[in-house]
Design a protein around this ligand. Structure first.
Ligand code: C2O
Ligand code: CU
Length: 509
C-alpha cells in the first residue's frame, strides 16, 4: 500500500511505525512490519498481529487526518483527486479492541466533509453523519473524533457527505483482538475501488448524467478502449447472475486495489508456505467485486469484521461497504489476485508472491477460480462467539427498497431521504428485526450504522454483519439489539443510490 506520505502522529513512540508508512494507534502496541523492498516497485506491507503490551499510563496517540487534494499516479496516468494525507487509500489506522481512536481531522477540501467509521459500534456523536450526529466540518475547519473501538475486525473510514467517497477519500481501519490465536503468518490489507476521478467524469457529473438519463462513460479513458453509447445500452450490458440482474449504474474506466491500477499491481511477498490473512475491503461506490487468487482456494474466516464458521471458496463476492477476511497459503510462486468488477468490464489486480524467484503473472493471466459461483452471505454462518443470542424480535420494521431508474430516484418505504424523514422508532433494549424487502430491479448493499446485525436465515444463525447484499425480489431479515442509543442511518451503500435518496434512520434514547 502506498501509505503514509504526510502521516503525522503526535506521539513520539510512533517513529518506527510511521517510517514504514504504517500507522498504528495502539501506542506501544506496535505491530511487526516487513516490506517487500527487495522487489523494486513492490510496496507491499506485511504485518503480524503479535502485539506488544502498551504501558498503562500511555494514552493512545492522536492521528491527524487531512482531507485534501492528492496527486495520484495510476500506472503512468497522472490524476488529481481527493484523499487523506496525500495518499489513496488514506493511512491504515490500527488499534486494539477496547482502545480509543483519536483522530484530529482537518478539512482541506473546498466543500464540507465528515468522517464516518464504517461498521464501528461507536458513540453516536462520533458517527460522522452531517446534520444528524454533528455539524459538517467546513472548508479549513477541524473536528476531533474520539471513540472506543469495541469489536475486533476489518473496518474502514470515509466521508458521509455527497459523493466524496467516489473520489479517493477512504482508508482502512483495523481493530486487533489481543486474545486472537492468529493462525496465520502475514496479513495483507486490500482496499478495492472503482475509479473515475481524473480518468472519467467527476462523480457529481456522473450523478447529474444519471438523473438526466444521459450517463455515458468516455471511451477514451477506458482501459479496454471500450465505451458505451448511452445509459440504455449500459443498463442492458452490465449484468450479473449472482447479483440478480442489473449489476451497476456506472461503467467505470478503472478499478484499483490499494490505489493501483491493473497495469501497476501491488506485490505482496511472503515466504513459501506461509499462511496469509487477506483483509478485503470494498470501498467502491457502484461496483461489487468477485475476488479470487489464481490456482488457490480461500478460507473465509470473517465477514464485516466478525468471525464466521470457516468456509472454503474458489471466489468471494463483496458488495460496496462489505469486508471479508480470508486465509490463503501460497507456494513458491507468484500468483495473481484478481478483483473482477462483477457484471462489468474490467478488473483490479495484485500479486501474491511466495519467495522471490519466478516471473510475475501477466496482466492478462486468466484466473479460472473466477468462473466459479462466488461465495455469498447465504453460504456463511456466524461462528459461535459471533452468534447473536437467540431471542424473538420485540419489534419489526419492513424496509421496502424501490426505485425508478429513469428518474434516478431510489426510495425506502416510498420516500427519498430528507431532513424531514422521521426515524423508524425503536426502544432501548429491544431486539429489532429489519426486513430488507427489495422490490426494485437492482441489488442494494444495505448498511446499518452503529450496530452489527445477525442475518436471519432458515439454516442456523447467519453471519454477523453491518452490510448485506439484497438482490432484486429478495427479502432479507436481520436482527440487532438496540443497545447503542442515538440516531443511526440505514442506507444503500451504492453512493449514487444513497445520494439519490436511499437512506433512512432509526432512533432511540
Ligand atoms: Cu460506509 Cu453510512 O456508510
Ligand atoms: Cu442501492
Amino acid at each position: 500500500m502506498t501509505l503514509g506520505r504526510g502521516v503525522d502522529v503526535s506521539h513520539e513512540n510512533q517513529d518506527a511505525v510511521t517510517r514504514r508508512c504504517f500507522l498504528t494507534l495502539a501506542g506501544g502496541a506496535v505491530t511487526t512490519i516487513a516490506t517487500a523492498s527487495a522487489l523494486g516497485p513492490a510496496r507491499a506491507i506485511a504485518s503480524t498481529t503479535r502485539l506488544a503490551r502498551r504501558a498503562a499510563d500511555q494514552a493512545p496517540p492522536t492521528i491527524r487526518l487531512t482531507a485534501e487534494e492528492v496527486a495520484l499516479d495510476l500506472g503512468g496516468r497522472k490524476v488529481t483527486t481527493w484523499g487523506y494525507n496525500g495518499t489513496v487509500p488514506g493511512p491504515l489506522l490500527r488499534v486494539r479492541a477496547g482502545d480509543s481512536v483519536r483522530a484530529a481531522v482537518t478539512n482541506g477540501l473546498p466543500e464540507r466533509t465528515t468522517i464516518h467509521w464504517h461498521g464501528i459500534r461507536l458513540a453516536n456523536g462520533m458517527d460522522g453523519v452531517p446534520d444528524v450526529t454533528q455539524a459538517a466540518i467546513p472548508p479549513s475547519g477541524t473536528f476531533d473524533y474520539e471513540f472506543e473501538a469495541p469489536d475486533p475486525g476489518t473496518y474502514f473510514f470515509h466521508p458521509h457527505v455527497g459523493l466524496q467517497l467516489d473520489h479517493g477519500l477512504y482508508g482502512p481501519l483495523i481493530v486487533d483482538d489481543p486474545a486472537e490465536a492468529g493462525g496465520y503468518d502475514a496479513e495483507w490489507v486490500l482496499v478495492l475501488d472503482d475509479w473515475t476521478d481524473g480518468v472519467g467524469p467527476v462523480p457529481d457529473t456522473i450523478l447529474s448524467q444519471l438523473r438526466r438519463g444521459t450517463a455515458n462513460m468516455p471511451s477514451s479513458g477506458s482501459e479496454h478502449g471500450m465505451g458505451h453509447g448511452g445509459d440504455k445500452e449500459m443498463a442492458t450490458t452490465m449484468n450479473s447472475a449472482v447479483l440478480g440482474g442489473h449489476a451497476g449504474d456506472v461503467d467505470y474506466p478503472l478499478y484499483l486495489i490499494n490505489g493501483r491500477p491493473p497495469n501497476d499491481p501491488e506485490t505482496f511477498v511472503v515466504k513459501p508456505g506461509q499462511r496469509v490473512r487477506l483483509r478485503l475491503i470494498n470501498a467502491a461506490s457502484d461496483t461489487a467485486f468477485r475476488v479470487a487468487i489464481g490456482g488457490h482456494r480461500l478460507t473465509v474466516t470473517h465477514a464485516d469484521g466478525f468471525a464466521v464458521e470457516p468456509r472454503d471458496a474458489a471466489s468471494v463476492l463483496l458488495g460496496m461497504g462489505e469486508r471479508i477476511d480470508a486465509v490463503v497459503t501460497v507456494g513458491d510462486e507468484a500468483v495473481p489476485l484478481v478483483a473482477r468488477a462483477e457484471g462489468k468490464d474490467g478488473d483490479a489486480r495484485a500479486v501474491l508472491r511466495g519467495g522471490t524467484i519466478g516471473d510475475a503473472p501477466s496482466r492478462r493471466a486468466v484466473v479460472r477460480e473466477l468462473r466459479r459461483v462466488p461465495l455469498t452471505v447465504h453460504d456463511l454462518r456466524a461462528a459461535p462467539a459471533a452468534t447473536l443470542p437467540a431471542r424473538s424480535p420485540d419489534r419489526r420494521h419492513r424496509l421496502i427498497l424501490d426505485g425508478d431508474h429513469r428518474r434516478y430516484r431510489w426510495t425506502i418505504n416510498g420516500r427519498i431521504f430528507d431532513p424531514e424523514t422521521s426515524p423508524l422508532s425503536v426502544a432501548a433494549g429491544e431486539r429489532v428485526r429489519l426486513i430488507f424487502d427489495n422490490r426494485s430491479t437492482m441489488w442494494h448493499p444495505m448498511h446499518l450504522h452503529g450496530h452489527t446485525f445477525g442475518v436471519v436465515s432458515g439454516k442456523g444463525a447467519g453471519a454477523r454483519k453491518d452490510t448485506v447484499v439484497v438482490r432484486p425480489g429478495e427479502r432479507i431479515p436481520v436482527d440487532f439489539d438496540a443497545k447503542n442509543p442515538g440516531t443511526w442511518m440505514v442506507h444503500c451503500h451504492n453512493a449514487y443510490h444513497q445520494e439519490a435518496g436511499m437512506m433512512t434512520s432509526i432512533a432511540y434514547r
